[in-house]
Design a protein around this ligand. Structure first.
Ligand SMILES: Nc1ncnc2c1ncn2[C@@H]1O[C@H](COP(=O)(O)OP(=O)(O)OP(=O)(O)O)[C@@H](O)[C@H]1O
Length: 636
């Protein structure tokens, strides 16, 4: 500003002084000044005047703006009123410089929503601005999805609470044009994923009072037929999930990334569920059960569970119970002991199948045998889409109970439940078989999956009523979806463009499921105080002791009674019976006089005499009989 004024002043000087020169009103700008084209008498004098006027103007404006903001400002506050952050905080009019600074925090905010935490924490200079201008939104409310461009790009990024660098892993999955025969673009090697996922343990997710469902995607390898059919390039659409497994991913990689953490949590008394979702033939059963050479999540989880139990067996008792059921055509059936359909009931533990067999398992081998037995009972049929298509939803439940005495001799009991679910494949009626039973099965499968999608929708939209009751499957999954449970979903997809629609549908629901938050999963732990137990034990011992003493007394009394009866009998038969009063009653059995009279006792009452009389008669008849016998014998 002074420079331009000086140059103007010089040019004005060169043009000669203007006698009509007037002191400019302070509100004039430099441009207006130049337009007026009024030469100054003394350039230095004019400059000084201008400086003064402008300083005055600046002071006035500053005063008025501070009064506008704060009617009674304290001198200290006034000092800081020009701080950009304070200006932004108060929302007053900004100058160009300030407006530049306001743009910066906005950018920061966008980054906070969408970029990895390291990105916004990498700029220490913006700390002040962030603190005052746009405080970081609470994690729960933070929107994690980003929509970009005409093709929807959904960026699901790591939990914003994480501070570790995960920028190396863009967990993004591309569909359509990205499908290639070798490794589809966007698929991330689980090695990287694992490194990243390790950061996000289930327990960490729980501290905010609830955890979101972790969603993984697994691509199966191309089948021969599909390869022959070739590939068709389609317009791309991008999804991002917690991890995406390429067709080369091993079963162990899938297990350790998706389920291993949940197994650990179950041992600590929390509930966990893993379910495979996807179109028919997409690889759900392969992921869950696997083959003998390549066992799947169910088998690996059981193995891991028993290994962990063995490692910890020195400090407590673990009891493992197992149940395996299927939902077939809207009926619940026990796979371990098939019989009549089971009825679902809701109790304190949640939805339970009444009468479901709970097997106690002691080793991995035993569980394997049970699993095999259960799978033989499972309904699978060949369809056009899959040779061994599962026509039912199968749920393996493993309940781990742990009892241990702590240092204070309290009994600590923890119960955790792991549910491993292999859903039947969603399918188009035409894609499978047209036969009546198959189409009925297909309709029921689709119906339950539709009910599942309605529940997912309701949960994502935060509705009060979640329609779990619409199908048996959703009733059984109630805990996994909306309960206190750590849940992982594995969406299985096929690389074939023949199933593009189904794959798109699977990814759509998987993407939606990411937004579901389950309730806080507290460890189910009970502590029993030792006093209670010892008190009960003491009481039991006392009762047992008393019981023993009473038995001894009873035997004693019976003996005495017998001897008394014998004496009486002898007295009755003898010519001079001893007086009854002379018979000494032991002090312990002495009966008070009053009671003696009141009780219908056989000692002095009618009953006693009647019996004695009967015995006497019997005795005399026996004597007669023996005499008769002797007579007969003598005769012989
Ligand atoms: N990751 C994989 N690696 C090797 N083969 C696989 C893989 N995933 C699936 N398959 C094979 O693909 C075929 C179909 O898989 P699978 O039976 O698991 O599908 P599904 O989703 O359970 O189907 P459905 O819903 O009809 O039961 C099987 O022959 C299976 O062995």
């Amino acid at each position: 500003m002074p420079v331009s004024t000086r140059s103007k002043a010089i040019s004005q000087e060169q043009n000669g002084p203007n006698p009509n020169q007037k002191t400019r009103p302070p509100s004039y700008s430099n441009q207006e000044d130049s337009k007026m084209n009024v030469p100054l008498r003394n350039p230095h004098h004019g400059l000084k005047e201008k400086m003064k006027a402008l300083t005055l103007l600046y002071e006035q404006q500053k005063k008025s703006s501070s009064i506008f903001r704060n009617p009674s400002p304290k001198p200290e506050e006034k000092r800081f009123s020009t701080h950009p952050s304070a200006d932004l905080l108060n929302g007053c009019k900004r100058e160009d410089k300030d407006s530049k600074e306001t743009k910066e925090p906005k950018q920061n905010n966008v980054m906070r929503e969408n970029a990895l935490p390291t990105l916004h924490s990498a700029n220490p200079s913006s700390t002040v601005t962030r603190t005052f201008v746009l405080p970081e939104p609470p994690v729960d409310d933070a929107k994690e999805n980003l929509v970009m461009g005409p093709d929807r790009v959904i960026g699901f990024l790591t939990c914003p609470r994480k501070t570790k660098d995960s920028s190396t892993v863009a967990r993004k999955l591309s569909m359509g044009s990205s499908v290639s025969q070798t490794e589809p673009r966007g698929f991330i090697r689980p090695k990287n994923v694992q490194e990243n996922e390790k950061l996000e343990t289930v327990s960490e997710k729980n501290d905010a009072g609830g955890s979101r469902i972790l969603v993984f995607v697994r691509l199966r390898p191309m089948a021969k037929k599909e390869r022959e059919a070739g590939l068709k390039r389609l317009r791309g659409r991008h999804f991002t999930f917690d991890a995406a497994f390429p067709d080369s991913a091993s079963q162990k990689e899938v297990y350790s990334t998706t389920t291993a953490d949940l197994v650990e949590q179950v041992l600590q008394g929390r509930n966990g569920s893993v379910f495979c979702y996807g179109a028919t033939g997409a690889g759900k059963t392969y992921t869950m059960l696997g083959t003998v050479e390549n066992p799947g999540v169910m088998v690996l989880a059981i193995k891991d569970l028993f290994t962990k139990i063995r490692q910890r067996s020195c400090d407590g008792n673990h009891v493992v119970h197992l149940s395996y059921l299927e939902v077939y055509n809207e009926t619940v059936r026990d796979l371990l002991s098939p019989g009549r359909p089971l009825v679902l009931r809701e109790d304190k533990q949640g939805i339970v199948a009444a009468g479901l067999t709970q097997y106690r398992a002691y080793s991995t081998d035993e569980v394997m045998a049970l699993l095999q037995h259960g799978n033989q009972n499972r309904t699978t049929e060949p369809t056009r889409a899959n040779e061994t298509s599962s026509r039912s939803h199968a749920i393996l439940q493993v309940v781990v109970e742990y009892r241990v005495r702590d240092n204070s001799m309290n009994v600590v009991q923890r119960v955790g439940k792991l549910s491993l679910i292999d859903l039947a494949g969603s399918e188009r009626a035409l894609a499978t078989d047209q036969r009546t039973l198959r189409s009925l099965e297909g309709a029921n499968i689709n119906r339950s999956l539709l009910a599942l999608s309605s529940c997912i929708n309701a949960l994502v939209e935060g509705k009060k009523h979640i329609p779990y009751r619409n199908s048996k499957l959703t009733q059984l999954l109630k805990d996994s979806l909306g309960g206190a449970c750590n849940t992982a979903m594995i969406a299985n997809i096929s690389p074939s463009n023949l199933t593009f629609g189904e794959t798109q549908n699977t990814l759509h629901w998987a993407d939606r499921a990411k937004e579901i938050r389950t309730k806080a999963c507290e460890a189910q732990e009970e502590i029993q105080l030792p006093e209670c137990e010892t008190d009960q034990a003491k009481l039991l011992l006392e009762v047992q002791k008393e019981n023993r003493e009473l038995r001894v007394q009873l035997v004693h009394q019976q003996q005495k009674l017998l001897s008394l009866q014998a004496q009486l009998l002898a007295a009755n038969t003898s010519p001079t019976p001893p007086s009854i009063t002379s018979i000494q009653t032991p002090p312990s059995t002495a009966i008070p006089e009053k009671r003696k009279a009141a009780r219908p006792s056989f000692l002095g009452g009618k009953l006693f005499h009647t019996r004695i009389e009967k015995k006497r008669r019997r005795g005399s008849s026996r004597q007669r009989a023996s005499a008769d016998c002797q007579g007969i014998g003598g005769r012989n």
